[in-house]
Design a protein around this ligand. Structure first.
Ligand code: NDP
Length: 249
């Protein structure tokens, strides 16, 4: 059987690295696009190809798709995971910050979908790593929430647009997962953690999660493997919470 290919933006660390590991274990050839390589080649050898990428640049997405096509002749899966968060009240949001956040989280995913759909055939799929912040607003988080609500809208619209071609488009909406990126964001002056990221995360889990814990990157990755599989062949246009029951819907 031909090896499957997946592009994963931001697959070098955090949740994205868990997704990279899961697809290598599932036998895929993985193409990672991020700004830093961070030892992927020495860790995963020839199962991974790293393409230096700023997701805000449309051409970089086309380059990653081309690597997949060169490798096996098809692109099976595209995962838009790269992104960042930073809490700021609206009066502290200037055009530079807004453009960087929306450009990375939303425009980056948009170009990823466009490049993937230029070659994707029947059976292919796209997964957008969104957030619970794409389903409910929270204070000092307007730009990030706007980016993730946008990502969910992009997911629903494209699922309708390309479904007739047999291509599925879904999103996952995780809640707090203590990656370096999240901890750094929680250390910011306007975050809800008020100087104590670990204490905040622990109290958040106890107070909000039905399971009294928070998900791991590996659990998000396993949902990606499921959504990419034949077992999920009837699922498209969905934005699925991976949140240990923080926001039942
Ligand atoms: P990290 O900060 O740990 O990792 C961010 C990743 O995105 C890195 O791989 C980084 O690579 C990449 N990235 C950031 N900006 C760019 C860019 N301009 N071009 C290319 N790559 C970029 O974040 P997480 O793992 O925590 O988050 C991953 C995704 O999950 C994000 O979209 C985030 O919004 C979402 N999410 C995270 C949650 C959490 O609690 N952690 C909860 C819900 C959603 P590099 O710096 O090398 O470019």
């Amino acid at each position: 059987m031909k090896q499957k290919t997946v592009v994963i933006t931001g697959g070098n660390r955090g949740i994205g690295l868990s997704i990279t590991e899961a697809f290598i274990n599932a036998g895929y050839f993985v193409i990672v696009g991020a700004r830093q390589e961070l030892g992927l080649a020495s860790r995963f050898g020839d199962q991974v190809s790293f393409v230096p990428t700023d997701v805000r640049d449309e051409a970089a997405h086309r380059q990653m798709v081309n690597v997949a096509i060169k490798k096996t002749g098809t692109l099976d899966l595209y995962i838009n995971n790269a992104g960042f968060s930073e809490w700021r009240p609206i009066e502290k949001i200037d055009e530079k910050f807004f453009d960087e956040l929306i450009g990375t989280n939303l425009k980056g995913a948009f170009w990823g979908c466009k490049a993937a759909l230029s070659v994707m055939q029947d059976g292919g799929s796209i997964i957008n790593i969104s957030s619970i912040a794409g389903k409910r607003g929270s204070a000092n988080n307007s730009a990030y929430c706007a980016s993730k609500f946008g990502m969910n809208g992009l997911t629903q619209a494209l699922a309708k647009e390309v479904g007739a071609r047999g291509v599925r488009v879904n999103a996952l909406c995780p809640v707090l997962i203590p990656t370096n990126g999240l901890i750094e964001a929680l250390k910011g002056p306007f975050s809800p953690a008020k100087g104590d990221p670990e204490g905040f995360i622990s109290k958040f889990a106890t107070d909000n999660a039905a399971l009294k814990r928070l998900p791991t990157g590996a659990e998000v990755a396993q949902m990606c493997v499921f959504l990419a599989s034949e077992a999920a062949s009837a699922i498209t246009g969905q934005c699925i919470n991976v949140d240990c029951g923080v926001f039942p819907q």
